[in-house]
Design a protein around this ligand. Structure first.
Ligand SMILES: Nc1ncnc2c1ncn2[C@@H]1O[C@H](COP(=O)(O)OP(=O)(O)OP(=O)(O)O)[C@@H](O)[C@H]1O
Length: 374
């Protein structure tokens, strides 16, 4: 993406001078109930200045409620929300200077793209309202930032869904928000446009440097985009971590299953270790001596096909082969395990004729995550 405003260096310097340091958000023991139902249950969380944070979880886990509470759109009964250490809990959206983008592009249909973006500036009280020329300059700069130059005079019905969502972002940015909050910003768009907008949002975030929180139920989107991911479950935080931490060290069975792409096995742990698919792995983070029933999670690429001579492998039968892509995906059935498991095998094995439906092979897990079974 070209540097926004590259054609206007004096204004760029002005903008840089007036740009504030990114805001830190502290959420402390936040609670929100609807009747007896706890939509948010004792949530504590720090969003670092300038961070791009994803709230990830299934439908109903409380992501939107948390985002709206941080925005000042939903009142909470318990807890405190601080912006840069200042208690913001009772401030409105406008007082918090939050830029908010809804899932369904809430653009004014009777207004042009230009007027939609200018709206937040024009409705300011007279003494805070920029002059007409200044508004026009800012709107043009924002449309450059979201790469929509030339569409100023179009109406929302005359642009694509992805473009509308970028107008919504420009409009949220127009008020020079302290933080940017996005509620499933690409939720209503098709998969291809979503992917395009993903990398675009990452670049926009680098460009603006704003503390940004976005809600998604798409794990790939969260892991690909965010600096850190918050995994939510039934109004609580299940795990917070970088995408690598969440992926490599999922804290609970729930996180493993939510991320998907894993095979689950029942097994038995002894003295802090459990054997699964021919490998011996530590329970949890490895510092316990748990013995008893356990759950093991293994990803497709963590299972290798081994030759018959190797003692550690377990026998499996090939049930289906998906021979496309850099690795071949094979579905296996393993005795004593009712679900089929997926394994990635190198192309060479397939090309060598060793991979065919009905054939018996041996497999071994190279790594696994083991949890005590509650
Ligand atoms: N105004 C309301 N009245 C009653 N219950 C509500 C209200 N708003 C939300 N809830 C409930 O609170 C829970 C959390 O809702 P929330 O919208 O935060 O979930 P979410 O994780 O964002 O889900 P989704 O991905 O479907 O948007 C849900 O069970 C929902 O039914």
């Amino acid at each position: 993406m070209p540097r926004a405003g590259a054609t206007n260096s004096r204004h760029d310097r002005d903008d840089a001078r007036t740009r504030r340091a990114p805001v830190r958000i502290d959420v402390e023991e936040l609670g929100k109930s609807y009747g007896d139902f706890a939509a948010l249950d004792n949530i504590s969380l720090t969003v670092r200045p300038g961070e791009l944070l994803a709230l990830l979880g299934p439908s109903g886990s409380g992501k939107t409620t948390l985002l709206r509470a941080i925005a000042g759109l939903t009142a909470t009964e318990e807890g405190i929300i601080r912006f840069d250490g200042e208690d913001a809990t009772s401030l409105s959206l406008r007082e918090r200077r939050v830029g908010f983008v809804f899932q369904q592009y809430a653009l004014f249909r009777h207004m042009t793209v230009f007027d939609n973006v200018a709206f937040g500036l024009r409705v300011r009280p007279r003494d805070e309202r920029p002059r007409t020329g200044e508004i026009a300059r800012r709107v043009r700069r924002l449309l450059e930032l979201v790469q929509l130059q030339g569409l100023e005079t179009r109406f929302p019905s005359q642009i694509s869904g992805g473009q509308r969502q970028r107008v919504a972002l420009a409009r949220a940015l127009a008020i020079e928000p302290t933080v940017l909050l996005l509620d499933e910003p690409f939720g209503a768009l098709d998969a291809k446009v979503r992917k395009e907008l993903r990398s675009w949002l990452r670049e926009l975030h680098t460009e603006t440097g704003l503390t940004t929180i976005f809600v998604t139920h798409d794990q790939e989107e969260a892991l690909e985009l965010a600096d850190r991911v918050v995994i939510m479950r039934a109004g609580r935080i299940e795990q917070i971590g970088t995408p690598a931490e969440i992926y490599d060290e999922p804290a609970t069975p729930y996180v493993c299953e939510f991320l998907g792409g894993v095979a689950r096995f029942d097994c038995t742990a002894k003295d802090g270790e459990a054997e699964i698919l021919g490998g011996l792995f530590p329970v949890g983070n490895g510092d316990g001596d748990y013995s008893g029933p356990a759950l093991a999670y293994v990803r497709a690429h963590e299972i290798e096909v081994v030759s018959r001579e190797q003692a550690e492998g377990v026998p499996a039968v090939i049930r289906a082969v998906r021979p496309f892509g850099p690795a071949i995906t094979v579905e296996l059935s393993i005795e004593g395990h009712h679900d089929r498991i997926e394994v990635s095998v190198p192309r060479e094995l397939y090309d060598g004729g060793e991979i065919a439906v009905g054939q018996g092979i041996f497999v071994r897990a190279m790594s696994a995550r083991i949890f005590p079974k509650d």
